[in-house]
Design a protein around this ligand. Structure first.
Ligand code: 6PG
Length: 254
């Protein structure tokens, strides 16, 4: 387990533009290290509005050319149970902004399939896909090289919301569950998978996130109230990239 200080010390960027630059450069660095070490890079993308400009930067030079895209494998940390041609679908968002513009082999893109019509079937299928891709033994847990996470104003991460059934899942890698706050079903990786990542990067922007961010980074709220507080990698690292607006509630050292 990491020390509290290492887990919760954020990097504060002046604005979303700088946050996105740093996030995109970080993606490139982690990708290069993983490809050099293992011959491939496995990354989980998130939905939400915050990573949009990061995804946009990765398709432009000089970053685009700094990544060996044919060695990159793209997964998703959660998905909305809506058709894949809906602009709010996470795969669709990443496809439009980034994946369609990169020299990525089609077989390296691993979206959640069928969540709109059969969320539970899609969760089971995505779990099987992870087990097969990572060559996992029964009850094995994959270690992604990098997982992108956003955080909601209520402290939710991926599609693990305060009070969600899936928060207490300890065996399954992927679940579908009803999220009462959204009155919708969502599909999400579970905490064991998030916590086995080699590296997690949180992107948090905007004043609406300030109270939850303060509670997560500096204490307050129960763990159930703040799913982000449950991200505690077994041996990996966490980078919090936040902007000044999101940081506005933090107590700063003089
Ligand atoms: C989604 C994500 C969710 C998101 C946060 C932050 O469904 O959009 O799964 O976890 O990352 O809600 O979203 P923003 O980046 O839009 O603030």
């Amino acid at each position: 387990m990491k020390t509290e200080q290492a887990l919760y010390r954020p990097t504060v960027c002046p604005d979303l533009a700088e946050l996105s630059e740093q996030a995109a450069r970080f993606f490139v660095d982690v990708a290069r290290q993983a490809v050099g070490r293992e011959g491939r890079f496995t990354v989980c993308l998130s939905g939400g509005s915050t990573p949009r400009s990061t995804y946009g930067l990765l398709v432009r030079e000089p970053l685009r050319n700094a990544v060996s895209w044919r060695h990159v494998h793209i997964f998703w940390g959660d998905e909305r149970c809506i058709p894949s041609d809906d602009p709010d679908n996470h795969y669709r968002m990443a496809w439009d902004l980034m994946l369609s513009k990169l020299p990525l082999p089609a077989e390296n893109i691993h979206p959640v399939r069928g969540a709109a019509s059969n969320p539970e079937g899609a969760a089971v299928e995505y779990e099987a896909l992870l087990q097969s891709f990572f060559g996992l033994a029964s009850h094995g847990i994959p270690s992604f090289d990098l997982i992108f996470l956003g955080m909601g104003a209520d402290g939710h991460i991926a599609s693990l919301f305060p009070g969600s059934a899936g928060l207490s899942e300890s065996r399954r890698l992927v679940v579908s569950h009803y999220v009462s706050q959204l009155q919708a079903t969502r599909l999400t990786l579970t905490l064991p998978v998030l916590n086995h990542a080699r590296q997690i990067i949180f992107l948090v922007s905007g004043e609406s996130k300030a109270p939850a961010l303060r509670a997560v980074l500096q204490g307050g709220g129960t763990q159930e109230e703040l799913p982000a507080r449950l991200v505690r990698p077994v041996s990996g690292r966490v980078l919090w990239l936040i902007d000044e607006a999101a940081a506005s509630g933090l107590e700063r050292e003089p």
